[in-house]
Write a protein that binds this ligand. Structure first.
Ligand code: ZN
Length: 324
């Protein structure tokens, strides 16, 4: 009887251990910081503190200032020479697109010491992560208008995701300052996109992931024209690896689309520029939710961590594809 119950206890313990291993996250436990949405100052402070605690693998620095003078921050993570750019928050109301790259940075930094897979990737790759490309617009969504999309330039704002020079002025953009897709007076007329330009001038990025929300779609160039890019097959493969890893994490369905297949094109996006001008393999990832029913831009805070889990899995798969 006693022997049997010891055996039962031991096998229950082993089963629990196996279960824990099967469900182990690919990195350190998520910080409580990501239990809710945070404003720009809180995110900057969090990332600065994180980098200060892990100087061996991370550092933060500014790449420019917004129209209203806010510092646009990068957190750089890794020791390798394969450069990967990640950004979010071009569109102010897409709050999950800000929290996700901040959370990916957090997971990478903490995972370096605790997760052999992340450690191996950080030996080969170096991530430059800009969680808030549009800090003025993001601040405005916290103080004044939750649905604001653009920067705050001149009060009317500019759609920063239409201000890059490749395909500037074409489909899906407007020359009317009142339009939500106002492209600005000229390519790189905005300090926020110039900050991204300056970042890309510092090194050759092999890949670039531009987070947005929503619709759970991964889009590869071109977005401003209808033909296939020269690297269509590599882009499609990278997008598919990313998609498969994202979907496998929590079973959320993500799909892959060539930008040229989308009903409405978009000229002047970050991705068409980083690919077209710099040759970075570029993906635009539309995060949760899958549809706008129930408020597409207001993803419940309890979905920040699961969205981060799947986006991190996608980024790790992307990095491993480049390392292969
Ligand atoms: Zn967007």
């Amino acid at each position: 009887m006693i022997a049997a119950s010891v055996r039962a206890t031991r096998s229950a313990a082993i089963a629990a251990l196996l279960l824990a291993l099967a469900f182990a996250r690919p990195s350190a436990a998520p910080s409580a910081f990501f239990a809710d949405y945070r404003d720009g100052a809180a995110i900057d402070e969090h990332l600065d503190a994180l980098a200060a605690e892990h100087r061996d693998v991370a550092r933060t620095y500014g790449i420019g200032r917004s129209s209203e003078g806010r510092l646009i921050r990068v957190i750089e993570v890794g020791r390798g020479d394969i450069a990967i750019a990640i950004d979010g928050g071009h569109h102010a109301r897409e709050w999950i697109s800000v929290m996700t790259p901040a959370c990916i940075a957090d997971r990478l930094v903490r995972g370096d010491a605790s997760d052999p897979r992340i450690h191996r990737i950080l030996d080969r790759a170096r991530f430059a992560i800009v969680p808030i490309v549009n800090p003025d617009g993001y601040a405005y969504t916290w103080t004044t208008d939750r649905t604001w999309r653009k920067s705050r330039r001149g009060g009317h704002g500019v759609d920063l995701s239409r201000n890059y020079p490749v395909g500037w002025g074409t489909a899906g953009s407007s020359d009317d300052p009142a339009s939500p897709n106002y492209r600005g007076e000229a390519p790189f007329s905005e300090p926020e996109t110039r900050a991204m330009r300056d970042l890309f001038d510092t090194r050759a990025f092999a890949a670039h992931v531009d987070f947005h929300s929503y619709s759970q779609v991964i889009v590869y160039p071109w977005s401003h024209r209808r033909d296939d890019p020269p690297d269509r097959d590599r882009l499609a493969l990278l997008a598919e690896r990313t998609r498969a890893a994202m979907t496998a994490t929590h079973g959320e369905r993500y799909t892959v689309r060539a930008g040229s297949e989308l009903k409405t094109g978009a000229g002047g996006t970050a991705g068409d520029w980083s690919y077209g001008h710099h040759g970075a393999l570029s993906l635009l990832v539309e995060l949760r939710p899958s549809s706008g029913a129930g408020g597409g831009f207001e993803l419940p805070p309890d979905q920040i961590v699961p969205t981060c889990d799947e986006a991190l899995a996608g980024v790790l798969a992307l990095a491993e594809t480049l390392i292969e």
